[in-house]
Design a protein around this ligand. Structure first.
Ligand code: ACK
Length: 349
């Protein structure tokens, strides 16, 4: 394990201080930025009750007046999630005073999407994305299935905690120093327990990547009797790209009921997981590459799905199809998916 890894392996519970002393942070390099703000690699002293220690961390800073739900809501979701080896752990936060910051576990190898594209040699052009921080490495089918298993395991945990991620995609999965996948970016996530506690209504954070055309209605409603669903209205259904060439709403990862009726649930995350499997199988192609956002928006509710490459292994293609069932209740659970991927990995040995 490298000294620089920022690993939290072995820790069971994390004390998250929400008023962490920002003088204990030393910003080292900018990892990336978006509409939400920036992500920095930094050193943090005396974090999570460990007096006298310094740790490499990732710090997410909020752009003031970015018109979005804010890091405070994301902080609450991440605090609820606590620590799991397939989820990026929140180690501390500065959310009592502005500007807000989230101090997270540092995942040394960066985004899964960049790694996939680097393996394909696509670092420029229409599918371009900032290059991976790691040298290009060949990705065997077993390795890709291992990534899928890690993500399913993380999502199983997130679903158990009654959190709906709402922006699951390869761009929101990071890799640590051991090549383990960790789910990140909870800027769009909702806590189903809070929906119940507030008798059916809650604020939904705006899309973390929202640019201009998409605006979320800030209220969500639980459908009569169905406790594990939340709805949120999209006022403008264009596929709008922001200046980073990323869709403002993750239309290409969205389930038919989310596109049509703005219903979000663990099952809409399962649908998105099926799209992540497709991203793995295609080494990071943007889903529905020949369709415009508007065509995806209309097509998916009438049955259009990504074309599965013929080279795709059967266990992955079968799982994708199951995750893309039009009927949410017919989709597998994350536990089902994790178990079937785990069986596939065992057979490989
Ligand atoms: O591919 P990357 O280097 O990995 O570029 C993006 C960038 O910040 C903007 O999101 C990186 N990033 C985000 N969160 C973390 C984290 N917890 N650890 C390491 N890098 C991160 C991401």
């Amino acid at each position: 394990q490298s000294e620089d890894s920022g690993s939290i392996e072995g820790e069971e519970s994390i004390i998250v201080e929400t008023d962490f002393n920002r003088n204990n942070l030393r910003f080292k390099s900018l990892l990336g930025e978006g509409n939400f703000g920036q992500v920095w690699k930094a050193e943090a002293d005396n974090l999570a009750g460990y007096i006298g220690t310094t740790r490499i961390v990732a710090v997410k800073t909020e752009r003031v007046n970015n018109g979005q739900g804010g890091l405070k809501a994301e902080c609450e979701i991440m605090r609820k999630l606590g620590s799991h080896s397939n989820v990026v752990t929140l180690l501390g936060a500065c959310v009592e005073q502005e500007p807000h910051m989230l101090i997270m576990e540092y995942a040394m190898r960066g985004r899964l999407l960049s790694l996939l594209r680097a393996a394909r040699g696509v670092l420029n052009g229409i599918n371009s994305h900032p290059p991976s921080r790691q040298p290009v490495m060949p990705l065997s089918p077993r390795r890709l299935t291992g990534f899928a298993h890690d993500i399913a395991r993380g999502m199983e945990y997130i679903a158990e905690k009654k959190i709906v991620h709402r922006d699951l995609a390869a761009r929101n999965v990071l890799l640590d120093h051991n090549g383990i996948c960790k789910i990140c970016d909870f800027g769009m996530s909702i806590d189903l327990d809070k929906i119940k506690a507030s008798q059916g209504y809650m604020k939904i954070p705006r899309v973390s990547t929202c640019h201009t055309k998409f605006k979320f209605d800030m209220t969500a409603r639980v459908f009569g009797g169905l406790k594990n669903y939340a709805t949120s209205k999209v006022r403008n259904n264009n596929n709008c790209d922001n200046n980073k060439n990323r869709p403002a709403l993750p239309i290409r990862w969205m389930a038919p009921e989310a596109l049509q009726y703005h219903i979000y649930s663990v099952e809409t995350d399962v649908f998105a997981f099926g799209i992540v499997l497709w991203e793995l199988a295609t080494l990071g192609i943007t889903p529905y590459p020949t369709l415009s956002g508007r065509e995806v928006l209309r097509g998916v509710p009438s049955g259009v799905r990504p074309e599965i490459p013929s080279s795709c292994r059967q266990e992955l293609s079968e799982t994708m199809k199951e995750c893309w069932n039009k009927e949410p209740s017919q989709r597998p659970s994350f536990t089902d998916v994790r178990k079937s991927l785990s069986r596939a990995l065992v057979q490989w040995q």
